[in-house]
Design a binder for this molecule. Structure first.
Ligand code: BGC
Length: 762
């Protein structure tokens, strides 16, 4: 059995960026990177906020990081004590001396250091013992951002020394935040008059981001105001008794003007209340909110603790970024781990993350889809700008559906010039992902209210978009989608990408179904003619005719004489080389593989699952032999340069009964944030952060692949093909409003209805 904790004993500055992601804590409203309290923007500290963005000058528009209420550091005998800049310490070694002892920063040795994450309850702990000239002093702290009240965070710091140390603990709110394309605050008002507060105002839209903080300690000490630029600080000073533990509790609240009219007052109010409640009570409430979540979402795997840990750790990340507090927020490609990928929402959410919430917490799935329904106007605007009808969703979606994707996503490592990339213009498969998600939501939950509340309209608008993008040669009867980019981004501007065409076909199918159902008509036709209130049967028949025709005639590539489905027109004629050969042609390890002159662009080597993603979504399209042949063919030619790739290969491998081949790919997906070595660069652009799509993909492999859960004709079918060490597997699945418990043992599955969802979380 697993202990639901991960821990790192070594202090290594090279891991600071990676550990920031690995040890992330969050509650959907904010994500706090797993950095230490004494760290600043130089160590990539971030309290990353969901759904609030800012743009400065020509920089990329990105999410805003709030002032950090966890900031704090120790001064002992008048010298700042902090981890050496370059060292490793493991309790056995002496550590290495700090190279930086300018001013009053102590030259310390670190004799013991660890960080730990309780990923069942989202609690981050650090403990460091500093070896000073007069003795050893230890600082140990535990902190969380509450799952019970998403605006608040709390930290308890314990300090003890084996000598009479003269301690000053400086703490408060650090508003000098880490930004990639900032600074985003034009105004920063700090105050330490009574309560600590920071009221900051963003550049583009004058949003207030307000933080208030209180401290509690139950021992005699001197409380003083401290001054530092853009920080609201106080300090407590005391002399330690030998080995006596001194506890300091701190509480903060964050609100923005998107939350309420007077965020600073609201932050102060909450802070007074939570400080009154105390750390232990808040922690209890936070832990029990997490326990409620796990009651229906944990996956128990007997016989393979490593897999159980990696999978549930992945689910922890998904829970930490789920927007439970909002009606219509979605999940960004790098979650709440910072500003990479501009805090934007990609197809990752609908195609990789949605299934987890659909099956465990459909209310969250509905919120994710509502975000797309709410941003339909933005998608219609984008379609119109490109000369299309209907809805062309943003490739990198921010609020109101604004497409944050730049025309130049990659910087050339040689010339340092921005490279024109066509992700925004040509990755038209994005709209089909949204239609697909709505269809899946209705199928799995049985709840068609979403269709009436904008879902039907959204599907029709997506279908209109594809219809207007179809191309037909005069002498041919088939419809094509030309000049697109499929999931494999290394091959830009291709014709008839199989995945894209197949997903567009599904969009036409969904649109036909919606149009044929009288229930939804009044929710659709008025949209065709905004001033027209009543359902218009002429419009309905016209749309029906169009979409039925498109559904039938859209060209779907067939397997060639060797049984291989060409990824796009002309793929078969490209240079057939191995991934290693392509890699060996790189002149710089950070070089971009795709685009006009990329090393992979003119070869058959692809970035990520493309045809195989189609096969994962529609295995019924081909017989197992074709699926297996294509898996073997494309897997060899895939770089897996995106964390979205391995899970799709694993899923398809399961569907062909290739559990052994699937297993390492499952592990790769489930450990994307746990194991070192993630991909951090695209050209010269830093892309590090957490990988929610990979986490969601790992869930899909475990539940839909290994456990073999399928929904057909309103029923759950379970056909397990567990990896060899997985003796038993237990999890819950929500289907059509009822929660089921699934137990798998010795190749057999038992599905038991759980009385009712509420009893699970009561
Ligand atoms: C992948 C896309 C993905 C994006 C965000 C890119 O590297 O190619 O498919 O949507 O990352 O995760």
């Amino acid at each position: 059995m697993i202990d639901w904790k991960i821990k790192d004993n070594l202090y290594n500055p090279d891991n600071v960026a990676w550990h920031g992601n690995k040890y992330l804590t969050g509650n959907g409203y904010m994500g706090v990177r797993g950095t230490l309290e004494e760290y600043t923007k130089n160590q990539l500290v971030a309290v990353n906020l969901a759904g609030i963005y800012d743009k400065v000058g020509d920089g990329w528009r990105e999410p805003v990081n709030a002032p950090n209420g966890f900031y704090g550091y120790l001064i002992v005998d008048d010298e700042i004590v902090r981890l050496p800049d370059v060292t490793e310490c493991d309790g056995k070694s002496d550590g290495t001396e700090s190279g930086n002892n300018t001013g009053n920063v102590a030259t310390v040795k670190c004799s013991e250091h660890f960080i730990e994450l309780d990923y069942r309850h989202g609690v981050f702990t650090r403990c460091t013992t500093f070896r000073l000239l007069r003795g050893n002093i230890t600082v140990r702290s535990s902190r969380f951002v509450s799952m019970d009240n998403v605006h608040v965070g709390a930290i308890k710091t314990e300090i003890f020394a084996d000598f009479h140390a003269d301690v000053k603990y400086v703490f408060g709110i650090d508003a000098d935040v880490w930004d990639i394309n900032g600074p985003h605050f034009d105004i920063i008002k700090v105050s330490n008059d009574g309560m600590l507060t920071v009221d900051a105002v963003t550049h583009e839209n004058n949003h207030n981001v307000s933080v208030a903080e209180e401290v509690r300690s139950d021992f005699p000490c001197e409380l003083k105001d401290e001054e530092e630029l853009n920080k609201a600080l106080k300090s407590v000073s005391f002399i330690t008794d030998v080995n006596k533990v001194y506890e300091i509790e701190r509480f903060f609240a964050v609100y923005t003007s998107l939350d309420c009219d007077n965020p600073i007052e609201k932050a102060k109010e909450d802070t007074v209340r939570i400080a009154g409640a105390g750390f232990d009570k808040l922690l209890d409430e936070h832990r029990s909110a997490w326990e409620d979540i796990w009651k229906y979402s944990e996956v128990i795997i007997e016989g393979d603790d490593k897999s159980m840990e990696a999978l549930n750790y992945s689910l922890y990340h998904l829970h930490s970024i789920a927007p439970r507090h909002a009606d219509n927020l979605s999940i960004a490609a790098r979650g709440l781990s910072g500003q990479t990928y501009k805090g934007a929402v990609f197809w990752d959410t609908e195609m990789f993350i949605l299934d987890f919430f659909l099956m465990t917490e459909p209310e969250v799935a509905k919120k994710l889809i509502n975000y797309r329904i709410d941003t339909l106007e933005g998608a219609k605007k984008k379609a119109a700008e490109y000369g299309y009808d209907g809805a062309f969703y943003a490739w990198e979606s921010q609020e109101k559906g604004f497409d944050a994707c730049s025309d130049y996503n990659v910087t050339d490592v040689f010339t340092k010039r921005p490279m024109r990339t066509y992700f925004k213009d040509k990755q038209i498969h994005i709209s089909s992902a949204i239609a697909y998600a709505i269809g899946k939501y209705v199928e799995i939950t049985g709840d068609d209210s979403l269709l009436k509340e904008g879902g039907a309209e959204t599907i029709i608008e997506c279908a209109k978009f594809y219809y207007s993008a179809l191309v037909k040669k005069v002498n041919s009867d088939r419809y094509e989608l030309r000049d697109v980019i499929g999931p494999d981004e290394y091959h830009e501007r291709v014709d008839n990408n199989g995945y894209t065409n197949r997903m567009a076909k599904n969009t036409f199918r969904l649109a036909v179904r919606v149009l044929e159902n009288d229930k939804f008509i009044s929710h659709i036709c008025k949209l065709e003619e905004p001033n027209e209130e009543s359902a218009d049967s002429e419009i309905r028949s016209r749309l029906l005719e169009m979409f039925k025709d498109a559904y039938e005639k859209i060209y779907i590539p067939e397997p060639d004489s060797e049984g291989i489905i060409p990824q796009f027109d002309g793929y078969g004629e490209l240079e057939d080389v191995t991934v290693d050969e392509v890699r060996s042609r790189l002149l710089d390890p950070k070089e971009y593989w795709g685009g006009a002159y990329g090393v992979a662009s003119h070869t058959k080597v692809i970035k990520q699952a493309d045809v195989v993603t189609w096969l994962a979504m529609y295995p019924q399209d081909f017989d197992t032999k074709v699926i297996e042949d294509n898996w073997n063919y494309y897997e060899k030619r895939t770089e897996h340069g995106s964390s979205l790739s391995a899970c799709m290969y694993a899923l398809v491998a399961c569907k062909c009964g290739m559990t052994e081949e699937a297993f390492p790919l499952f592990t790769k997906s489930a450990t994307a944030d746990l194991a070192p070595g993630g991909k951090e660069w695209a050209g010269l652009v830093y892309i590090g952060g957490t990988h929610p799509a990979s986490a969601g993909g790992a869930y899909m492999v475990a539940i839909e692949g290994f456990a073999g859960v399928e929904f057909a004709e309103g029923k759950i079918n379970v056909n397990p093909r567990l990896p060899k060490n997985w003796e038993k597997m237990t999890f819950h699945i929500s289907h059509k409003g009822t929660m089921y418990r699934v137990d798998i043992e010795e190749g057999k599955a038992t599905v038991t209805e759980v009385d009712d969802r509420r009893s699970l979380i009561a």
